[in-house]
Design a protein around this ligand. Structure first.
Ligand code: 3NM
Length: 213
């Protein structure tokens, strides 16, 4: 997916669903349902001790990519540039402990999306030359990422928005539907969510609660 402006990208980040096999009871059907109910971007984040590897991971990625293509929603892969290039995913997302953003950008070329998780203004500045968007968190307490660090609220989102009015920003970490209005108000273009959608007893209803905000 070659996309156009920062503005268009920011819009596409409005409801960013992030998920891997350990996060959902049935990953493919969870993603299908979430896409049908209003998710605007999807990230395949396959981490943890029972994560898929190799051919199995690639097969799952291809299935999810197809589901995203049908829904015309960008398909982003977490921290696996080789897989993203092999299957021609729409982009890659990396954290600070993952592959360096500069190297990832070199591998991806200019047309694929690169998202970088940041926790300080310094990390934002370092990511800026290479990133299409930044993820800022954890906004609230999260059980989905054990090393997410301390809860930060939206302070960094506010600072980044002031200094970089055009930079697409997504908030992440423990986000429930009732948190969304203040996160957007403080400057984020969207929210990234794992458990509030993936672990919901009713994925469709949970997604719609986010999507209607
Ligand atoms: N990154 P949930 S928090 C993947 O702060 C991830 O950078 C974070 O999952 C960060 O919506 C997080 O279940 C987990 O809290 C988000």
């Amino acid at each position: 997916m070659t996309f156009c402006t920062k503005q268009a990208l920011a819009k596409q980040l409005r409801l960013y669903f992030v998920c891997g096999t350990i996060d959902a009871f049935d990953l493919v059907s969870t993603v299908e349902t979430a896409l049908r109910c209003g998710v605007t971007c999807f990230q395949f984040r396959e981490k943890g001790k029972d994560a898929l590897y190799g051919d199995e991971k690639e097969a799952m990625a291809r299935t999810l990519q197809q589901v995203c293509r049908q829904a015309e929603v960008p398909f982003i892969i977490n921290d696996d540039v080789e897989l993203a290039l092999t299957i021609d995913a729409d982009g890659v997302h990396v954290g600070q402990d993952d592959l360096p953003a500069e190297w990832v950008r070199e591998q991806l070329g200019p047309d694929k999306w690169l998202g970088v998780s940041v926790h300080t203004m310094e990390e934002v500045r370092a990511a800026l030359p290479f990133a299409d968007y930044v993820g800022i968190g954890p906004i609230h307490e999260t059980k989905s990422k054990l090393d997410a660090g301390h809860v930060r609220g939206t302070e960094l989102i506010r600072q980044v928005r002031l200094q970089y009015p055009q930079l697409p920003i997504v908030g992440i970490g423990g986000i429930r539907p009732e948190h969304v209005p203040s996160i957007i108000h403080d400057g984020a273009d969207g929210v990234a969510v794992i458990s509030a959608i993936a672990s919901a007893p009713d994925v469709a209803t949970a997604t719609r609660r986010f999507a209607c905000l």
